[in-house]
Write a protein that binds this ligand. Structure first.
Ligand code: IPE
Ligand code: IPE
Ligand code: MG
Length: 234
């Protein structure tokens, strides 16, 4: 199934966002503030993920996307990277069955070729087990970068089409890693920073940074929306 592109069409905008994308940041600072090692913050991060998944499922949100590890996070100290990998592996081993029971479909996006074979196997098994679940689609972005995504999509597209002259915007999205999901309606970053940090660059074009009190205009004016609403009522 293909989804509306926010720049090519005007998507519907309901009360509850269909797709929420979150950068769960601030783990290290949370731990430091408590004089704990950074990894203690990452462990608490896993608890926060559990609570967030539950909250989204209860509210009828269809897609939740979490940034777990960016393509730039390899630049961190080797010890922290190793501990994050251990935590990722443990979370996959311990949580997938529970997710499955709650009707959650698990997807992992990013260049997973750089992960340990054990982690890759757990990802494959988890995605396979939960593939038919529809309560909520939980996407974990791991070794993900928005630029990587655009480039891998472009390279697949070019392989099929050959020449750049023929390429149009809507031809790229089916090749993006999250082609199965609509563009996010809401983007949240915890921890206080106001940065995208190479998350979903293409898909965040019209994503709101806060949602309910916003008027979603998709490039139009406020007057146009009011007119459209009046026409609907009449
Ligand atoms: C987010 O928390 C988790 C990962 C990037 C894996 P951080 O580790 O970035 O925590 P801060 O931002 O340093 O506090
Ligand atoms: C973004 O957080 C990536 C994840 C949370 C996985 P970072 O903490 O790595 O981002 P910067 O370095 O503050 O931009
Ligand atoms: Mg951070």
């Amino acid at each position: 199934m293909s989804h509306a592109s926010s720049t090519r069409e005007i998507p519907g905008a309901g009360d509850v966002p269909r797709h929420v994308a979150i950068i769960m940041d601030g783990n290290g600072r949370w731990a430091k503030g408590r004089r704990l090692p950074r990894i203690a913050g990452h462990r608490r991060g896993v608890d926060a993920v559990r609570a967030t998944v539950r909250g989204c499922a209860e509210r009828g949100i269809e897609f939740l996307t979490l940034f777990a590890f960016s393509s730039e996070n390899w630049r961190r100290p080797a010890e922290e990277v190793a501990l994050l990998m251990q935590l990722f592996q443990a979370a996959l081993s311990n949580e997938v069955e529970k997710l499955h029971k709650s009707g959650v479909r698990l997807k992992v996006v990013g260049d997973t070729t750089r992960f340990d074979p054990k982690i890759r196997r757990l990802i494959q098994q988890g995605e396979h087990l939960t593939a038919d679940n529809r309560q909520l689609t939980l996407t974990v972005a791991a070794n993900y970068g928005g630029r990587w995504d655009i480039m891998q999509a472009l390279s697949k597209l070019m392989k099929e089409k050959g020449s750049l002259n023929e390429v149009q915007e809507e031809m790229l999205s089916p090749y993006l890693a999250m082609s199965y999901a609509p563009e996010p309606d809401l983007f949240i970053r915890t921890g206080g920073e106001q940065r995208i940090s190479n998350f979903l660059l293409w898909q965040l074009a019209y994503t709101e940074l806060s949602y309910r009190r916003r008027e979603r205009r998709f490039g139009r004016t406020s007057d146009q929306l009011q007119d459209a609403k009046r026409a609907e009522v009449a």
